[in-house]
Design a protein around this ligand. Structure first.
Ligand code: ZN
Length: 145
């Protein structure tokens, strides 16, 4: 299995990478306490994607722990958490932020957000989502373990 070159994610932005089945990806939050949202999609069928609803129902917990597998909306494994060094608690409940959330919070004009970052990241590798995915796998650093 080949190793990909490291992908740097500028603050407030998103990136997407194509992975083969069985590949590992390491997300490193180099500084700060920003949430790092994560999505996973089946590259051969974009209507199959990581589903927090399916994952919670199978793992029977709201906050993933080491060794947990994340399932797609077809209840197939798509990601397994094999290493975890965050001091935060992983979240599967809160929807990723979007432009509507920032408008409700009083932001004037456009505010960068995780959903648009997902779309931009996918577009950079030539993928267009046929729909919106609201809930990614995120990390909430406001609550420490
Ligand atoms: Zn966000």
């Amino acid at each position: 299995m080949s190793q990909l070159e490291p992908v740097r994610i500028p603050a407030g932005h998103g990136k997407a990478v194509r992975l083969e089945a069985g590949a590992k990806v390491k997300l490193i939050n180099t500084y700060g306490t920003q949430v790092v949202d994560c999505w996973a999609l089946n590259a051969y069928d974009l209507t199959e994607f990581m589903s927090m609803e399916s994952t919670r129902a199978t793992n029977v917990r709201l906050n993933p722990i080491l060794g947990d597998t994340f399932l797609t909306n077809s209840r197939r494994a798509i990601i397994t958490l094999v290493e975890d060094t965050t001091p935060g608690i992983h979240d599967t409940v809160m929807a990723a932020c979007d432009r509507h959330r920032y408008t409700l919070l009083g932001a004037k004009g456009y505010h960068r957000n995780c959903q648009d970052n997902l779309i931009e990241g996918l577009q950079e590798i030539g993928v267009t989502l046929p729909f919106s995915i609201a809930v990614g796998f995120g990390q909430d650093n406001s609550r420490q373990r």
